[in-house]
Design a protein around this ligand. Structure first.
Ligand SMILES: *[C@@H]1O[C@H](CO)[C@@H](O)[C@H](O)[C@H]1NC(C)=O
Ligand SMILES: *[C@@H]1O[C@H](CO)[C@@H](O)[C@H](O)[C@H]1NC(C)=O
Ligand SMILES: *[C@@H]1O[C@H](CO)[C@@H](O)[C@H](O)[C@H]1NC(C)=O
Length: 380
């Protein structure tokens, strides 16, 4: 069974249906374990109840998809009546309600729930995704996890990713769990907010993946064992002592705030920079004083005072050091009596930021915002 290319065409399926009843088999509590678990075969299970109208609607869809795999012994399609002879299995595997569709993989790993849209095409895509990854011998992951823009790491790749030139934000998550699915949106928003941050990378560890058991064990004291997603922040080259996010998981802003604080970043949830970005707060009064002195005393005297004041004003531990060179240029211009150059730059950038940010590329926007923050604090 190589990578499948079962193309889905509704008409073909309908024509097919008459021939293929039987691919979707009924299983009860007595034979569930033998058929679904002990067989070791990938098995799609539809848990339904007689009274449930959505179940009745879904059943023909499952039959259609099952029909596409008729004659293929490597996959099974099963239905379980949670109201009658499948009560025990349903109690164990139905988390929220009927209908529940889960994919089982024998004993080796937990089933993965299908919670996509309930049409035949989506369901078939899900089946194909799962079978393909299996064929390619990649561990089966929830399609949602699989689509995360974070880089998936495991025991083999973890250290080399962490121990590098970037700070790392790592999500430890359990494939297919409900809390994981809820966090997925938040996580992707967080990733998007830092899209323009070159020194930060987002990684993902599937804690149910056997290939990750080593790292899961290494951080077992901080990773939640209840299937709750855990976010750890590693400073570059520190592979052992991450900061653990323990705040609310419903809103990206909380996570962003934590990452900002841990890595001294200044991102807002919309990806823009907040007004402290780029700035050296303790330098600002010193530079303002320089502006006044330059007009009053000689350039040499002003400069000497400035250097002395600067020595008394250390860079704050929460300051952004990324614009040091820019500060140098601004200070030189002030000393040389060219401060109007930067006053004009402030006006120009301010106009740009007020009008057309949607068309500015993200890097330039960062640079505009930092320069604006600095010039506004000095000349504004
Ligand atoms: C499981 O048992 C039920 C009841 O005996 C039977 O109808 C069904 O065909 C069995 N399923 C399989 C796949 O053997
Ligand atoms: C991380 O990298 C440093 C220097 O490159 C190396 O000395 C250290 O052993 C590495 N640590 C791990 C855990 O790989
Ligand atoms: C990080 O971002 C949040 C807003 O999302 C902000 O309130 C917080 O002050 C920021 N932290 C830093 C250190 O900039």
């Amino acid at each position: 069974m190589l990578i499948r290319s079962v193309t889905f065409a509704a008409t073909a399926v309908t024509a097919f249906l008459g021939l293929v009843e039987g691919k979707l088999v009924h299983v009860n509590d007595r034979n569930f374990t033998d058929v679904v678990i002990n067989s070791g075969k990938p098995t799609l299970v539809d848990f339904y109840a007689d009274w449930c109208r959505h179940c009745a609607k879904l059943m023909p869809t499952i039959e259609k998809v099952a029909a596409l795999y008729d004659g293929d012994d490597s996959i099974q399609f099963v239905k379980v009546n949670g109201d009658k002879d499948g009560k025990v299995a349903a109690r164990k595997y139905v988390d929220i309600g009927y209908p529940t569709v889960k994919f089982f993989f024998g004993k080796k790993m937990d089933p993965v729930e299908f919670d996509g849209s309930r049409d035949a095409e989506s369901l078939n895509n899900f089946v194909q995704l799962i079978l393909k990854t299996r064929v390619k011998n990649i561990d089966i992951v929830d399609p949602k996890l699989y689509q995360s823009t974070a880089t998936k790491v495991d025991d083999v790749t973890f250290d080399s990713h962490i121990n590098g030139s970037k700070d790392s934000i790592v999500l430890f998550t359990e494939s297919g769990s409900t809390s994981d699915s809820l966090f997925q949106d938040v996580w992707e928003k967080v990733i998007t907010a830092y899209a323009n941050e070159n020194d930060v990378q987002f990684l993902l560890v599937n804690i149910k993946d056997e290939m990750s058991s080593g790292i899961v064990d290494r951080f077992k004291d901080v990773i939640s064992s209840y299937g709750e997603p855990t976010v750890l922040v590693f400073k570059k080259t520190d592979t052992e002592s991450p900061k653990v996010y323990s705040g609310k998981k419903k809103d990206a802003a909380f996570v962003i705030n934590f990452i900002n604080g841990s890595l001294l970043l200044f991102r807002l949830p919309n990806g823009r920079l907040r007004n402290k970005a780029g700035r050296l707060l303790n330098y600002e009064p010193v530079i303002k004083k320089l502006i006044i002195n330059v007009d009053k005393v000689s350039e040499k005297e002003a400069y000497e005072k400035f250097v002395k004041d600067l020595a008394d004003s250390p860079i704050g531990s929460l300051d952004d050091l990324s614009m040091l060179e820019y500060y140098d240029k601004v200070i030189a211009a002030i000393l040389e009596g060219r401060k109007s150059h930067y006053e004009n730059e402030l006006k120009r950038i301010s106009t740009i930021l007020d009008t057309d940010v949607a068309h500015i590329n993200a890097k330039s926007l960062d640079s505009f915002e930092k320069r604006y923050n600095i010039l506004k604090a000095i000349f504004g």
